[in-house]
Design a protein around this ligand. Structure first.
Ligand code: BGC
Length: 274
Protein backbone atom coordinates (compact mmCIF):
# COMPACT_ATOMS: atom_id res chain seq x y z
CA UNK A 1 0.00 0.00 0.00
CA UNK A 2 1.71 3.26 -1.04
CA UNK A 3 1.19 5.11 2.20
CA UNK A 4 4.26 7.07 3.19
CA UNK A 5 5.06 8.15 6.70
CA UNK A 6 6.61 11.56 7.05
CA UNK A 7 9.27 11.30 9.73
CA UNK A 8 10.43 14.62 11.13
CA UNK A 9 12.63 12.73 13.59
CA UNK A 10 13.92 9.22 14.06
CA UNK A 11 10.91 6.98 14.57
CA UNK A 12 11.10 4.49 17.38
CA UNK A 13 9.62 1.08 16.96
CA UNK A 14 5.94 0.97 17.81
CA UNK A 15 6.56 -0.97 21.00
CA UNK A 16 9.36 1.30 22.23
CA UNK A 17 7.46 4.45 21.49
CA UNK A 18 4.30 3.23 23.14
CA UNK A 19 6.10 1.94 26.22
CA UNK A 20 8.02 5.14 26.73
CA UNK A 21 5.04 7.49 27.18
CA UNK A 22 1.36 7.66 28.03
CA UNK A 23 -0.03 5.27 25.38
CA UNK A 24 0.14 1.55 26.11
CA UNK A 25 1.61 -1.22 24.00
CA UNK A 26 -0.24 -1.70 20.67
CA UNK A 27 -1.84 1.73 20.99
CA UNK A 28 -1.60 4.20 18.14
CA UNK A 29 -3.27 7.58 17.88
CA UNK A 30 -5.78 7.92 15.05
CA UNK A 31 -7.27 11.21 13.84
CA UNK A 32 -10.25 11.62 11.55
CA UNK A 33 -10.40 14.91 9.68
CA UNK A 34 -13.83 15.86 8.41
CA UNK A 35 -15.53 18.98 7.12
CA UNK A 36 -17.12 19.80 10.49
CA UNK A 37 -15.02 18.03 13.09
CA UNK A 38 -11.50 16.76 13.78
CA UNK A 39 -11.69 13.74 16.07
CA UNK A 40 -8.96 11.66 17.62
CA UNK A 41 -8.42 8.81 20.03
CA UNK A 42 -5.81 6.22 20.88
CA UNK A 43 -6.59 2.88 19.27
CA UNK A 44 -5.69 -0.63 20.28
CA UNK A 45 -4.54 -1.70 16.83
CA UNK A 46 -4.72 -5.40 17.66
CA UNK A 47 -8.36 -5.19 18.74
CA UNK A 48 -9.60 -2.26 16.68
CA UNK A 49 -11.06 -0.49 19.70
CA UNK A 50 -10.62 3.00 21.11
CA UNK A 51 -8.81 2.97 24.44
CA UNK A 52 -10.07 6.41 25.49
CA UNK A 53 -13.03 8.61 24.63
CA UNK A 54 -12.78 10.46 21.35
CA UNK A 55 -11.69 14.09 21.56
CA UNK A 56 -13.43 16.26 18.99
CA UNK A 57 -12.73 19.84 17.99
CA UNK A 58 -14.43 21.86 15.29
CA UNK A 59 -12.74 22.03 11.90
CA UNK A 60 -11.57 25.64 11.50
CA UNK A 61 -13.29 27.82 8.94
CA UNK A 62 -11.80 28.40 6.47
CA UNK A 63 -10.09 25.01 6.75
CA UNK A 64 -6.70 26.18 5.52
CA UNK A 65 -3.65 23.93 6.02
CA UNK A 66 -2.01 25.91 8.85
CA UNK A 67 -5.26 26.26 10.81
CA UNK A 68 -6.15 22.57 10.43
CA UNK A 69 -2.61 21.57 11.49
CA UNK A 70 -3.02 23.65 14.68
CA UNK A 71 -6.22 21.78 15.56
CA UNK A 72 -4.60 18.43 14.77
CA UNK A 73 -1.74 19.39 17.12
CA UNK A 74 -4.28 20.19 19.85
CA UNK A 75 -5.94 16.80 19.46
CA UNK A 76 -2.57 15.05 19.60
CA UNK A 77 -1.55 17.03 22.69
CA UNK A 78 -4.68 15.83 24.48
CA UNK A 79 -3.41 12.23 24.42
CA UNK A 80 0.38 12.60 24.49
CA UNK A 81 2.73 9.83 23.45
CA UNK A 82 5.49 10.08 20.88
CA UNK A 83 4.82 7.34 18.38
CA UNK A 84 3.45 7.55 14.85
CA UNK A 85 0.06 9.16 14.29
CA UNK A 86 -2.44 8.19 11.59
CA UNK A 87 -4.78 10.73 10.04
CA UNK A 88 -7.54 10.59 7.46
CA UNK A 89 -8.13 13.27 4.86
CA UNK A 90 -11.06 13.56 2.42
CA UNK A 91 -9.01 13.70 -0.78
CA UNK A 92 -6.74 11.64 -2.99
CA UNK A 93 -3.61 11.17 -0.89
CA UNK A 94 -0.49 9.80 -2.50
CA UNK A 95 2.72 9.52 -0.47
CA UNK A 96 1.22 11.94 2.04
CA UNK A 97 0.34 14.60 -0.56
CA UNK A 98 -3.23 15.75 -1.27
CA UNK A 99 -3.94 15.71 -5.01
CA UNK A 100 -7.63 16.70 -5.03
CA UNK A 101 -9.98 18.84 -2.93
CA UNK A 102 -13.60 18.05 -3.79
CA UNK A 103 -15.13 19.00 -0.44
CA UNK A 104 -12.21 20.80 1.20
CA UNK A 105 -10.43 24.09 0.63
CA UNK A 106 -8.70 24.11 -2.76
CA UNK A 107 -5.46 25.27 -1.15
CA UNK A 108 -4.89 21.66 -0.05
CA UNK A 109 -4.13 20.56 -3.58
CA UNK A 110 -0.42 19.77 -3.77
CA UNK A 111 -0.02 20.09 0.00
CA UNK A 112 2.16 17.48 1.72
CA UNK A 113 -0.39 16.79 4.45
CA UNK A 114 1.80 14.27 6.29
CA UNK A 115 4.68 16.74 6.35
CA UNK A 116 2.47 19.64 7.43
CA UNK A 117 1.03 17.70 10.39
CA UNK A 118 4.35 16.03 11.18
CA UNK A 119 6.07 19.40 11.42
CA UNK A 120 3.26 20.94 13.50
CA UNK A 121 3.27 18.04 15.96
CA UNK A 122 6.87 16.80 15.89
CA UNK A 123 5.86 13.18 15.32
CA UNK A 124 5.73 10.96 12.23
CA UNK A 125 2.37 11.09 10.45
CA UNK A 126 0.75 8.67 8.04
CA UNK A 127 -2.12 10.22 6.09
CA UNK A 128 -4.64 8.39 3.91
CA UNK A 129 -7.97 9.00 2.23
CA UNK A 130 -10.89 8.97 4.71
CA UNK A 131 -12.89 6.24 2.92
CA UNK A 132 -9.77 4.11 2.54
CA UNK A 133 -9.20 4.42 6.30
CA UNK A 134 -12.80 3.50 7.11
CA UNK A 135 -12.57 0.54 4.74
CA UNK A 136 -9.31 -0.62 6.30
CA UNK A 137 -10.96 -0.60 9.73
CA UNK A 138 -13.96 -2.56 8.45
CA UNK A 139 -11.75 -5.12 6.71
CA UNK A 140 -9.64 -5.72 9.80
CA UNK A 141 -12.28 -5.53 12.53
CA UNK A 142 -15.78 -5.03 11.13
CA UNK A 143 -18.12 -6.01 8.33
CA UNK A 144 -15.33 -7.08 5.95
CA UNK A 145 -13.35 -9.14 8.43
CA UNK A 146 -11.92 -12.33 6.86
CA UNK A 147 -13.69 -11.54 3.58
CA UNK A 148 -11.73 -12.60 0.52
CA UNK A 149 -12.37 -11.57 -3.08
CA UNK A 150 -13.43 -8.07 -4.08
CA UNK A 151 -14.98 -6.00 -1.30
CA UNK A 152 -16.20 -2.50 -1.96
CA UNK A 153 -16.78 -0.05 0.83
CA UNK A 154 -18.94 2.97 0.01
CA UNK A 155 -19.32 5.82 2.51
CA UNK A 156 -22.38 8.02 2.16
CA UNK A 157 -21.89 11.37 3.90
CA UNK A 158 -21.17 14.91 2.70
CA UNK A 159 -19.53 13.29 -0.30
CA UNK A 160 -19.39 9.68 -1.40
CA UNK A 161 -16.18 7.87 -0.59
CA UNK A 162 -15.05 4.49 -1.83
CA UNK A 163 -12.50 1.89 -0.80
CA UNK A 164 -11.75 -1.17 -2.90
CA UNK A 165 -10.13 -4.32 -1.48
CA UNK A 166 -8.89 -7.45 -3.16
CA UNK A 167 -8.30 -10.28 -0.69
CA UNK A 168 -8.03 -7.72 2.10
CA UNK A 169 -5.49 -5.53 0.28
CA UNK A 170 -6.51 -1.93 -0.39
CA UNK A 171 -6.43 -0.36 -3.85
CA UNK A 172 -6.16 3.25 -2.62
CA UNK A 173 -7.80 6.44 -3.90
CA UNK A 174 -10.53 4.94 -6.07
CA UNK A 175 -12.71 8.09 -5.65
CA UNK A 176 -15.79 6.42 -7.11
CA UNK A 177 -18.10 9.07 -5.66
CA UNK A 178 -17.16 11.18 -8.65
CA UNK A 179 -18.45 8.75 -11.26
CA UNK A 180 -21.22 10.18 -13.38
CA UNK A 181 -24.73 9.03 -12.53
CA UNK A 182 -27.78 10.37 -14.33
CA UNK A 183 -25.77 13.23 -15.85
CA UNK A 184 -24.28 14.36 -12.52
CA UNK A 185 -21.48 13.32 -10.21
CA UNK A 186 -22.78 10.42 -8.09
CA UNK A 187 -22.06 12.28 -4.85
CA UNK A 188 -24.27 15.14 -6.00
CA UNK A 189 -27.18 12.72 -6.41
CA UNK A 190 -26.84 10.02 -3.80
CA UNK A 191 -24.83 11.31 -0.84
CA UNK A 192 -26.44 11.57 2.58
CA UNK A 193 -26.24 15.36 2.45
CA UNK A 194 -28.28 15.39 -0.78
CA UNK A 195 -30.97 13.26 0.91
CA UNK A 196 -31.14 15.78 3.75
CA UNK A 197 -30.94 18.96 1.71
CA UNK A 198 -33.47 17.85 -0.87
CA UNK A 199 -35.73 16.21 1.73
CA UNK A 200 -35.79 13.02 -0.31
CA UNK A 201 -37.89 10.14 0.97
CA UNK A 202 -36.01 6.98 1.91
CA UNK A 203 -37.60 5.34 -1.12
CA UNK A 204 -36.48 8.02 -3.56
CA UNK A 205 -33.01 8.30 -2.12
CA UNK A 206 -32.78 4.52 -1.82
CA UNK A 207 -33.48 4.25 -5.56
CA UNK A 208 -30.60 6.66 -6.26
CA UNK A 209 -28.23 4.70 -4.05
CA UNK A 210 -29.41 1.52 -5.73
CA UNK A 211 -28.68 2.92 -9.20
CA UNK A 212 -25.25 3.97 -8.02
CA UNK A 213 -24.38 0.62 -6.45
CA UNK A 214 -25.59 -1.24 -9.52
CA UNK A 215 -23.33 0.91 -11.64
CA UNK A 216 -20.40 0.04 -9.37
CA UNK A 217 -21.41 -3.59 -9.66
CA UNK A 218 -21.36 -3.38 -13.44
CA UNK A 219 -17.81 -2.02 -13.29
CA UNK A 220 -16.26 -4.07 -10.48
CA UNK A 221 -18.47 -7.12 -9.75
CA UNK A 222 -17.68 -7.02 -6.04
CA UNK A 223 -18.41 -10.01 -3.81
CA UNK A 224 -19.59 -7.73 -1.02
CA UNK A 225 -20.62 -4.12 -0.53
CA UNK A 226 -20.08 -2.46 2.86
CA UNK A 227 -22.02 0.77 3.36
CA UNK A 228 -20.43 3.24 5.74
CA UNK A 229 -20.83 6.83 6.86
CA UNK A 230 -23.24 8.05 9.54
CA UNK A 231 -26.11 6.64 7.50
CA UNK A 232 -25.00 3.06 8.16
CA UNK A 233 -26.85 3.34 11.49
CA UNK A 234 -30.09 3.72 9.52
CA UNK A 235 -29.56 0.75 7.21
CA UNK A 236 -33.04 -0.64 7.88
CA UNK A 237 -34.59 2.50 6.36
CA UNK A 238 -33.12 2.07 2.88
CA UNK A 239 -31.42 -1.32 2.46
CA UNK A 240 -34.77 -2.72 1.31
CA UNK A 241 -34.49 -0.58 -1.85
CA UNK A 242 -31.05 -1.92 -2.79
CA UNK A 243 -31.11 -4.72 -5.35
CA UNK A 244 -27.52 -5.56 -6.25
CA UNK A 245 -26.47 -9.14 -6.90
CA UNK A 246 -23.73 -8.90 -4.29
CA UNK A 247 -24.78 -8.84 -0.64
CA UNK A 248 -24.80 -5.42 1.04
CA UNK A 249 -24.02 -5.01 4.73
CA UNK A 250 -23.78 -1.93 6.94
CA UNK A 251 -20.41 -0.91 8.36
CA UNK A 252 -19.93 -1.92 11.97
CA UNK A 253 -17.46 0.58 13.35
CA UNK A 254 -19.73 3.55 12.66
CA UNK A 255 -18.15 6.86 13.61
CA UNK A 256 -14.99 5.20 14.92
CA UNK A 257 -14.00 3.68 11.57
CA UNK A 258 -11.86 6.60 10.37
CA UNK A 259 -9.93 6.85 13.63
CA UNK A 260 -9.34 3.10 13.80
CA UNK A 261 -8.34 2.85 10.12
CA UNK A 262 -5.93 5.78 10.42
CA UNK A 263 -4.24 4.18 13.43
CA UNK A 264 -4.02 0.82 11.65
CA UNK A 265 -2.44 2.47 8.59
CA UNK A 266 0.13 4.21 10.82
CA UNK A 267 0.92 0.94 12.54
CA UNK A 268 1.25 -0.96 9.26
CA UNK A 269 3.47 1.71 7.71
CA UNK A 270 5.65 1.62 10.81
CA UNK A 271 5.95 -2.15 10.79
CA UNK A 272 6.77 -2.33 7.10
CA UNK A 273 9.39 0.45 7.19
CA UNK A 274 13.01 -0.78 7.12
C1 BGC B 1 -13.69 13.02 -1.90
C2 BGC B 1 -13.10 11.73 -1.40
C3 BGC B 1 -13.68 11.38 -0.04
C4 BGC B 1 -15.19 11.42 -0.07
C5 BGC B 1 -15.79 11.18 1.30
C6 BGC B 1 -15.20 12.95 -1.87
O1 BGC B 1 -15.73 14.16 -2.29
O2 BGC B 1 -13.27 13.27 -3.23
O3 BGC B 1 -11.71 11.83 -1.32
O4 BGC B 1 -13.23 10.10 0.33
O5 BGC B 1 -15.64 12.66 -0.54
O6 BGC B 1 -15.37 12.13 2.22
Amino acid sequence: MPIAAHRPMRANTLRESCDSRGLGVNQVLGIDIGGTGIKGAPVDVEKGTLTADRYRLLTPKPALPAAVADVVAEVVAKFGGDGPVGATFPAVIRAGVAETAANVDKSWIGEDVAKRFGTAVGRPFVVLNDADAAGLAEMRFGAGRNKQGVVMMVTLGTGIGSALFLNGVLVPNTELGHLELGGKEAEKRASEIVREEKHLSWKKWGARVDAYLRYLELLFSPDLFVIGGGISKKATKFFGYLKTRAPIVPAQLLNEAGIVGAAVAAMEAQRSSP
